[in-house]
Design a protein around this ligand. Structure first.
Ligand code: CP
Ligand code: NVA
Length: 300
């Protein structure tokens, strides 16, 4: 593994290795055992979109690993004034030991990786959110013990979260049910990945998708970059919500996940959000542990 650009690039064993390393690093951190695997190393973190969790967890993670994080907003970088990605990749490769980037197009991240001499980590694009999905898988395994025989239900937009979660869940052998309006079809690369996989189903029937699910998950109706469509999307996604009626048809011990930020009373009701807040904030915490595993794997 040279970079982390999308879950599609990872083998099942590579995903499990990262989760196991995350467990170990989490144990060390919780028990005050120093783990300075990246002493003397610097991570450049390029942000072209807003972030709370990704920025803070990468920054804190690098600190705990003995390294140094460098927050680079595209407003301040020459990238924001049109310097080509390829030159930014070549320059950062001379100073740093890894690059984390949050941006719009997946092509930009792929290009950065192509010209970079150092590992590149995708901190979210319009297409993928691999770091979040590793944290989600870690959380699912913590709560459910294993992935075997589980059904994951995602309700909402066919966005970066859905794309990455579908791939991660199917690679680990879980059943996946996607509830989305007919108008919102899968990205062609994801459609090709799920084609003929009997573990995958897509429907516009939310209750059918959630029926007997072990994990119920959603995300915002309008992602960063979709702001101009927010009003239309509110109409399109009305009803594509995690509420008590949905949880009533899921398994009794089902968990609810949300990558956050959450829009209460849109994709999830306040009632359900608060009922499952413990697991949702464990999931947020697991961003830290999962990403430290990625950093150690790629940069040590
Ligand atoms: N879940 C997530 O990526 O959160 P941020 O946008 O706050 O980084
Ligand atoms: N789908 C959301 C995820 C935010 C973490 C977005 O891209 O805005």
């Amino acid at each position: 593994m040279k970079h982390l650009l999308k879950i599609l690039d990872l083998e099942k064993e590579e995903i499990l290795d990262l989760l196991n390393l995350a467990d170990q690093l989490k144990y060390e951190q919780k028990n005050g055992i120093a783990h300075p695997h990246l002493a003397g190393k610097t991570l450049a973190m390029i942000f072209e979109k807003s972030s709370t969790r990704t920025r803070v967890s990468f920054e804190v993670g690098m600190f705990q690993l003995g390294g140094h994080p460098l927050f680079l907003s595209s407003n301040d970088l020459q990238i924001g004034r049109g310097e080509p990605t390829i030159d930014t990749a070549r320059v950062l490769s001379r100073y740093c030991d890894g690059i984390m980037i949050r941006t719009f197009g997946q092509e930009e991240v792929e290009e950065l990786a192509k010209y970079s001499q150092i590992p590149v980590i995708n901190g979210l694009t319009d297409f993928a959110h691999p770091c979040q999905i590793l944290a989600d898988l870690l959380t699912i395994r913590e709560y459910k013990g294993s992935f075997e025989g589980l059904k994951v239900c995602f309700i909402g937009d066919t966005n970066n979260m859905a794309n990455s979660l579908i791939v991660g869940s199917l690679k680990l052998g879980m059943q996946f049910s996607l509830a989305t309006p007919d108008k919102y079809q899968l990205h062609p690369e994801i459609a090709a990945f799920v084609a003929d996989n009997p573990l995958f189903e897509q429907t516009s029937d939310v209750l059918a998708a959630a029926s007997q699910a072990d994990v119920v998950i959603t995300d915002v109706w309008a992602s960063m970059g979709d702001e101009g469509e927010a009003e239309q999307r509110k109409q399109d996604f009305a009803g594509f919500q995690i509420n008590q009626a949905v949880m009533d048809v899921a398994k009794e011990d089902a968990i609810v996940l949300h990558c956050l930020p959450a829009h209460r009373e849109e994709e999830i009701t306040t009632e359900v959000f608060e009922k499952y807040a413990d697991v949702i904030f464990d999931e947020a915490e697991n961003r830290l542990h999962a990403q430290k595993a990625v950093l150690v794997k790629l940069m040590k």
